[in-house]
Ligand binder design. Structure first.
Ligand code: PRE
Length: 290
């Protein structure tokens, strides 16, 4: 069987780069066949796994400059059956790609909203008067550049090469150590083979999310104290609207331990929460060979 890996497309996105790294890693295993499968949105990549069109999805979760990728968190909460297998950290270096012969000629810049935000200081300094237009992905933003010389896009130098487009400026992200964390996601019950391949490395992190039974003083503090009392470190906490009513939130938490190590904490946590979802335990790998 060929393992299909869903990712945000078209070819040339950072998500494809992370998925490609994982594909090469999987292919080193005897008898494993795998190929990449681009989808127009992050939500559709995750839905592809939930509906068994693909066995894995590689999706962005968090960026060191701009923070969480809300589409990933919201979709993971909504889809019941997904599980994180592995985290991949990809260094991100953005380039300005355009057929214009100088910055002065550029009127419009397209890119994924995360990439536009990661370069907002540079854009403010060098292209203060252009229209900034968000696209579904950095690679999608490259479509149409050859026809329209007053436009530019922010994407990777790899994407520029792939589509044979000229680079006008490199390293335009506002902070040089820019990196994005991706999750490799599988179906929770299926594809034991895929799960085992990622589990060869001992899990170091567990990601969960929960809602609270009522918006009362100390409700979140009581839930978090469970971890504090047991001496368990959290590496991230994010809130997202429940979408049920204004001011009501879901809390997404990354715990620095595997689910088996924090079993007591998770069962105690259920006393203070409404719904808890455990998204999985996994290890973190840095992609440094691109
Ligand atoms: O548009 C892409 O190339 C993506 O892979 C998406 C994405 C993101 O959603 O954060 C991934 C990495 C970068 O942070 C910029 C954009």
């Amino acid at each position: 069987m060929t393992i299909l890996i869903a990712h945000l497309g078209p070819p040339g996105t950072y998500a494809e780069q992370a998925a490609f790294f994982y594909l090469n890693w999987l292919k080193k295993m005897p008898g494993v066949e795998a190929s990449l499968c681009p989808y127009p949105t992050i939500a559709q990549s995750l839905q592809a796994v939930a509906t068994n069109q693909a066995q894995l999805a590689v999706v962005p979760v968090e960026n060191s400059i701009e923070g969480s990728v809300s589409m990933t968190m919201d979709t993971l909460w909504q889809l019941e059956t997904l599980q994180i297998q592995l985290a991949l950290v990809l260094p991100i270096s953005h380039t300005l790609i355009s057929c214009a012969d100088s910055l002065e000629r550029i009127q419009t810049v397209y890119s994924h909203s995360q990439a536009l935000a990661q370069c907002q200081g540079w854009l403010g300094q060098f292209l203060p008067n252009v229209n900034l237009i968000p696209s579904n992905s950095t690679a999608e933003a490259l479509q149409g550049l050859k026809q329209e010389v007053t436009t530019a896009a922010i994407a990777s130098s790899r994407a520029a090469q792939l589509y044979n487009l000229p680079i006008l400026a490199t390293g335009i992200n506002d902070y040089p150590d820019n990196c994005t964390r991706f999750w490799v996601i599988s179906h929770s019950q299926k594809d034991a083979g895929v799960q085992i391949s990622s589990r060869a490395i001992a899990p170091t992190h567990t990601s969960i999310a929960f809602s609270l039974p009522a918006n009362l003083p100390g409700a979140l503090a009581k839930a978090l104290q469970v971890f504090a009392h047991l001496g368990i470190n959290l590496s991230r906490i994010e809130s997202r609207p429940t979408k049920r009513s204004l001011g009501e939130y879901l809390f997404f938490i990354d715990i620095e331990a595997s689910a088996t190590q924090v079993q007591t904490a998770l069962s105690e946590l259920s006393n203070y929460t409404e719904i808890i979802k455990v998204f999985g335990s996994y290890s973190v790998t840095l992609i440094d060979n691109f």
